[in-house]
Design a protein around this ligand. Structure first.
Ligand code: TEU
Length: 565
């Protein structure tokens, strides 16, 4: 069964670019990026060809978690600029045909938010019930739930003797969605931005908003099974969707932490009752042995293919997924699954092709389009991320992991790997800022930067530009079914997409040695063409027997409609 695309579903053939404002472009010398900086790069994004920008949080925030701790949903953080700057960005993007998607963080607020400030220390505050408070159990925390950033998920409010829940940092207090006033506030916040003309929303950890109300101790885990895809989450999403998203025609993407296919089919079900699409992270846990992130480990290639197969076949005709490798929480994919040295350009292109030819909406994280790498920090002082510094303290100071071992783990797993300043040119600070950046620029910026990429017709940049175009030109990429052709192959990830009129095959060698495969018997190679590859000599007739060079990708198209005519 192929998928049908309606006109109002522009996002099904779109590609979306993620901007992490703090690290994107500083219009001055503060060392942190800002909205004026983003405006100055819109023509660059237009050249790349993206349809929309997802802007991570720019609201007022003490920046403990770089904006995911919001203290005022109606204000722009002065570090990023003013509301007038934001309005200008919206206008300038729209003039270029680029839509804006805002990040909405409503699982929690900053503890500096006025709601929390009123609630803290005062059981009678009208805002007390906006958050989740529990009495101590046996003189300690209410249960054993763990924060995603390490340690207990409970923090004591000394004045009232009760604990509040924080699934992330202790400065990020979870909102109580059981309270209808909280839900009303959320609708008001999102409507405010939709009224301004914002085109859509990315909803941060939205599948964690409904907690099991008896808050049980978790004998076998960290508590996540009691709040992930929780009891009332679908009801809450339908409520917000009806009141806001459907009213404004907003595109929505929910960030789903540790979710299941069955829930995602419902979150993104094609009747549009909840969200347009979902992010899931299972394919980015293939280098977490036994689910453990804080280890140094190679990735499991066969498992990666199984996961893509599960989600591609499971969502087809039932829901819609986001396609991505990178974001502000993940290491750079070229360092993670590719070769960021000898085959940096080849492997960056191959990795791009392997997700862009799937069904879903591709997301490109700033710098991915020029093949930016992890920075390879060697000192703990170079890290800024609250998760990284927390984990360093817990693992080195409490669990006895050696400093060197932890530095090697952070170099592979830290979220700061993707947060280094965008590399614009080979000038001081990579052209990101006129002053010293908040986080050190990767030392390879003289060779890897946007100016160089735009000047080089063989760059990763133009390959991504082509991938974005192909999605608009070849319908099977959006609508076709998915079949993994070589699930057991040790180095090739090859899949076939099929619609009534087209068949597309995407072959990818994930390793640095030549390898081979045979195309399916029924595939008529004599009528097929190479659409795109990452080695310049790929041309001519398509052979059944395919030999792929290191990190080679080949996209092959067969237009069955043309054959019939
Ligand atoms: O992330 C949610 C999340 O659970 C992870 O991606 C998290 O960073 C990872 O599991 C840690 O190992 C979202 C945001 O993308 C992230 O930047 C925020 O820190 C987090 O929510 C809290 O708002």
């Amino acid at each position: 069964m192929t998928t049908v695309v309606n006109d109002d579903q522009w996002w099904k053939t779109a590609s979306i670019y993620q901007i992490y404002p703090k690290s994107f472009c500083d219009s001055g010398s503060k060392g942190t990026g800002d909205i004026q900086g983003i405006i100055s790069k819109l023509d660059y994004l237009k050249l790349l060809g993206v349809d929309a920008i997802w802007l991570t949080p720019v609201y007022a925030s003490p920046m403990i978690d770089n904006g995911y701790d919001i203290s005022d949903y109606y204000a722009i953080n002065p570090d990023f600029g003013t509301m007038a700057d934001f309005d200008l960005l919206l206008d300038q993007a729209h003039q270029r045909g680029i839509r804006i998607i805002m990040d909405i963080v409503v699982n929690h607020t900053s503890t500096e938010h006025q709601w929390f400030q009123s609630a803290l220390g005062d059981k009678n505050s009208p805002y007390r019930d906006y958050y989740i408070w529990k009495d101590p159990v046996d003189g300690g925390v209410p249960n054993n739930w763990q924060s995603k950033f390490g340690g207990s998920a409970w923090e004591l409010d000394e004045q009232t003797g009760q604990y509040f829940l924080h699934l992330f940092a202790k400065e990020q207090a979870d909102l109580n969605w059981e309270n209808s006033k909280v839900r009303a506030e959320v609708k008001e916040v999102i409507s405010f931005w939709a009224e301004k003309g914002v085109d859509g929303f990315r909803l941060d950890v939205i599948n964690l908003i409904s907690k099991q109300q008896d808050f049980p101790n978790d004998d076998i885990g960290d508590g996540r099974r009691f709040y992930t895809d929780g009891p009332r989450v679908h009801e809450y999403l339908q409520e917000i969707s009806e009141a806001v998203f459907q009213k404004y025609g907003s595109v929505t993407v929910g960030e789903m932490s540790s979710t299941t296919l069955e829930h995602c089919q419902q979150y993104s079900s094609l009747d549009n009752k909840e969200l347009s699409m979902v992010f899931n992270f299972h394919h980015l846990k293939v280098d977490y042995p036994n689910g453990e992130k804080w280890t140094k480990a190679p990735f499991d290639f066969l498992q990666l293919k199984q996961i893509f197969n599960h989600w591609q076949t499971g969502l087809n005709g039932k829901g819609w997924g986001a396609l991505f490798w990178c974001n502000h929480d993940q290491p750079r994919v070229v360092s993670r699954l590719g070769d960021d040295q000898q085959y940096r350009v080849e492997s960056a292109k191959m990795l791009g092709a392997s997700v862009h030819m799937m069904q879903g909406t591709p997301y490109i994280y700033q710098g991915e389009e020029i093949g930016m790498t992890n920075p390879g920090y060697t000192s703990i002082e170079q890290y800024r991320d609250v998760e990284s510094t927390n984990m360093y303290d817990i693992m080195v100071k409490q669990q006895g992991v050696s400093h060197d071992e932890m530095m090697a783990i952070l170099a592979q797993k830290s979220r700061d790997n993707s947060r280094t300043p965008m590399q614009w040119n080979d000038q001081a600070y990579a052209g990101f800022s006129k002053g010293q950046p908040w986080l050190e620029v990767a030392s390879n910026y003289p060779e890897i930067n946007a100016e160089q990429a735009v000047d080089d017709s063989n760059s990763v940049f133009y390959f991504y530009q082509k991938l974005i175009q192909l999605r608009k030109e070849i319908e099977v990429i959006t609508t076709g079914t998915y079949e993994d052709l070589y699930p057991e192959h040790e180095s090739i990830f090859g899949y076939e997409r099929k619609s009534e009129t087209q068949t597309l095959i995407c072959l990818n060698n994930y390793y640095g040695v030549e390898t081979e495969c045979v195309l399916p018997q029924g595939f008529d190679t004599s009528k097929a063409n190479y659409v795109l590859g990452n080695y310049s000599d790929l041309s001519g007739s398509v052979s059944q027997h395919q030999v792929l060079r290191p990190y080679e990708t080949r996209i092959i198209l067969l237009n069955t409609m043309l054959l019939d005519n």
